[in-house]
Design a binder for this molecule. Structure first.
Ligand code: IPM
Ligand code: MG
Length: 345
């Protein structure tokens, strides 16, 4: 039996995940879910961020984890988010952060004269190293002589496996172009490794067109000509930044979904957006990113046709303007889900 661990999290997380679970129940009533009380409330109550036994269960007992959002003004250190989200990525070795940027309705694109076909690319963001490992240190903290170091980790294994994942996905999914992005003109050691590995792996995929862009140029190009991209592969930090840009191109962070993957292992799926504490509890958050995330999760679980149905239903709601207010509609969170359920038929 398929089992999903659910971590609703903070802020609007529980609201949007609750809605996404309604869609899951409608399409896949056979899938079992178990909710985990992890997040800011739990941390403030008893100091727990991410128990080791829960992490172990995520990896062994569940097919996937569905995470809402983490972040709460009462926990300025964000230690719980770091332990739960980054902890899962690192400890479950979820090296692929898979982030599609697909425009479902041209009217929501902030660029002028772009059609739906113009924004349809996927970012393969390296998810287990780069500048995210916490390797570094502080020296003479709080003094005028303070030193703070953040080390960027690039391993041969880590760089190679994310680049391979991008190429392999492109070929399997009929995409023609793979672009690697780094900053090798300034970061001579780590990003030289990316360049060499990219060339090596690319040689195994002569059927695909490859390109390389420094990340600053890529940011510019994504705004000027998003239609030039099918698959982008890049490091952890650049992938983080570029996928917020990509989310904006596809109609906003309220529509962006992501999967933290290591094929064959338990995966973690989350909407790209944060916990939006300013609108939490008001019933106005946009549930579509979480609903699309459930679609991505179902595809990962071998139910690609359910993802197609969810995308089509969300697209129908977008085209009809049956959306929450940040997309220009007037629906409340539950009503937006009702609209998706109705469109699913
Ligand atoms: C994301 C988020 C996280 C990240 C934060 C919350 C640590 O921005 O998933 O994109 O940077 O990976
Ligand atoms: Mg981010």
């Amino acid at each position: 039996m398929t089992k999903i661990a659910v971590v609703p999290g903070d802020g609007i997380g529980p609201e949007v995940i609750g809605e996404a679970l309604r869609v899951l129940a409608a399409l896949a009533p056979d899938i079992k879910t178990e909710a985990f009380d992890l997040g800011a409330d739990r941390y403030l109550r008893d100091g727990t961020t991410m128990p080791a036994d829960v992490m172990a269960r995520f990896g062994s007992e569940f097919d996937a984890v569905l995470l809402g959002a983490l972040g709460d003004p009462r926990v300025p250190s964000n230690v719980h988010a770091k332990d739960i989200l980054l902890g899962s990525r690192f400890q479950l070795d979820l090296y692929i952060n898979f982030r599609p940027c697909r425009l479902l309705d041209a009217r929501y694109c902030p660029l002028k004269d772009k059609s739906e076909a113009d924004v349809d690319f996927v970012v393969f963001r390296e998810n287990t190293e780069g500048l995210y490992t916490g390797v570094g240190g502080q020296f003479k903290r709080g003094t005028a002589d303070e030193v703070a170091m953040e080390q960027e980790i690039n391993t041969r294994k880590g760089v190679e496996r994310i680049i391979r994942a991008a190429f392999s996905w492109a070929r399997t999914n009929g995409r023609k172009r793979v672009c690697m992005s780094d900053k090798a003109n300034a970061m001579r050691h780590g990003h030289d490794l990316w360049q060499r590995v990219f060339r090596e792996v690319a040689a195994e995929y002569p059927d695909l067109q490859t390109s390389h862009l420094y990340v600053d140029v890529l940011a510019m190009r994504l705004v000027q000509a998003p239609q030039e991209f099918d698959v982008i592969v890049t490091n952890n930090l650049f992938g983080d930044i570029l996928t917020d840009l990509g989310a904006a191109l596809q109609g906003g962070i309220g529509l962006a979904s992501s999967g933290n993957l290591n094929p064959g292992k338990a995966a973690l799926f989350e909407p790209v957006h944060g916990s939006a504490p300013d609108i939490a509890g008001q019933g106005v958050a946009n549930p579509l990113a979480s609903i699309l995330t459930v679609g991505m999760m179902l595809a990962y679980l071998g139910r690609a046709e359910d993802e197609t149905r969810i995308q089509a239903a969300v697209q129908r709601c977008l085209k009809a303007g049956r959306v929450t207010r940040e997309l220009g509609g007037s629906l409340r969170t539950t009503e937006a889900t009702d609209a998706v359920l109705a469109a699913l038929g």
